[in-house]
Design a protein around this ligand. Structure first.
Ligand code: SOE
Length: 372
């Protein structure tokens, strides 16, 4: 059986996932067969061009027309279109793969997770960094106890594309459309990675203290002689208390001059430590018990997660491969009626932490992460 895939959104994420869908059968012969069936968007001309470039058989301008026609629905639109089409697709019994953060608000994320619980099909949150081989290798080491008891989790995600005050306004600068700024766009990745790596040892995040900052209050609208207000954060920082007593320190910025897509995570435990940087994603820095310093492990052996599907040892992989891996796992779960993680429940858990960071910024106090 060939899975017919419908995709809403054809820009950055549309391209990243279409590339993954095209690569699948070439490198993962055991993946289910897929067809890039229908591409959904509003601007008919741009949509037609994108469908041709990305290899889709047809286009549609209304998601309501496709959600029960396709076998899988990918929601890769801006954050404000995550909730309604995803919930409708799940109610129609169609599996959904949705970009991160799950939604602009906690209430919408709760509704999406509730729809996923009701539906008997996979609902995946597209946190692609879980699928870096070095990250999965790190998770194995932590769960095998190589780091001992976890004390510190440090994550930072630094970009600089808004440091120029004349950089154009986009939906990512608007609270209604995006929910939050660097916090949701980048912080959601870091919080999900932290959970993925340490939640088995350290539990969930129980309390946070957060700080949000907007450096430039309005930006020029492309093609128009006006500016629009920036209603989200340009940067955030947070401290987090895990159930076990482990401490988390997180930050992200779109104003970190010189840093393009610099996502790092460091974990220190009672027996050892590790460091990962997305800019060197084939490597893991590991400090083992009784060692005086970190060793750099090139995580490209055949035995490393996903690597046997690509090239011989040392023939490094890149950012786009993480999308191939997550698409492989998600579509395999769809074909085999299996479970996929990160699920909408994981997306909701990250959103609860984002929400708590915002509430803490408003009150100036430590707050509990609310779980209803
Ligand atoms: C833009 O800040 C962005 O593309 C994010 O939206 C992605 O999730 C991240 O992986 C790279 O940066």
């Amino acid at each position: 059986m060939t899975l017919q895939v419908g995709v809403l959104g054809y820009r950055f994420m549309g391209q990243a996932h279409a590339n993954a869908l095209a690569r699948l059968s070439m490198f993962f012969p055991d993946a289910p067969a897929v067809e890039r069936d229908v591409l959904v968007g509003r601007d008919e001309d741009a949509l037609a061009d994108a469908a041709e470039q990305l290899g889709f058989a047809r286009t549609a301008t209304d998601w309501e027309d496709v959600i029960d026609e396709v076998d899988v629905f990918y929601n890769l639109g801006p954050n404000h279109v995550h909730a309604e089409p995803s919930v409708a697709a799940l109610e129609a019994g169609t599996p959904v793969f949705c970009e991160k953060p799950l939604a602009p608000t906690l209430a919408e994320a709760e509704a999406m997770a509730a729809a996923a619980r009701e539906a008997d099909v996979p609902a995946g949150a597209a946190f692609n960094y879980r699928f870096v081989p070095a990250i999965q290798y790190a998770k194995g080491l932590i769960e095998d106890g190589e780091l001992g008891e976890i004390h510190h989790v440090r994550g930072r995600y630094l970009q600089d594309w808004l440091v120029d005050p004349d950089a154009p306004w986009s939906w990512r600068n608007d609270e209604e459309l995006a929910g939050s700024g660097a916090l949701g766009d980048l912080g959601s990745h870091t919080i999900d990675l932290a959970r993925f790596l340490v939640s088995e040892k350290a539990g969930e995040i129980e309390q946070v203290s957060g700080h949000l900052q907007t450096f430039v209050e309005e930006r020029p609208v492309p093609g128009e002689d006006e500016t629009r207000p920036v209603t989200v954060d340009d940067a955030y920082s947070a401290q987090a208390a895990f159930e076990s007593g482990a401490m988390g320190t997180f930050e992200a910025s779109r104003f970190a001059t010189g840093h393009k897509n610099d996502h790092t995570i460091e974990i220190q435990g009672s027996k050892g430590s590790l460091k990962f940087s997305l800019e060197r994603l084939n490597e893991l820095e590991l400090l083992r018990e009784d060692s005086r310093g970190y060793e750099t492990i090139l995580v490209t052996d055949e035995s490393d997660p996903y690597v046997e599907h690509w090239w011989p040892p040392g023939h490094v992989i890149g950012w786009e491969h993480t999308f191939v891996h997550e698409n492989y796992e998600f579509l395999s779960a769809v074909a085999e009626d299996g479970a996929f993680r990160p699920s909408f429940a994981d997306g909701l858990e990250a959103q609860r932490v984002l929400d708590a960071i915002e509430r803490s910024d408003e009150t100036g106090e430590w707050v509990d992460v609310e779980r209803r």
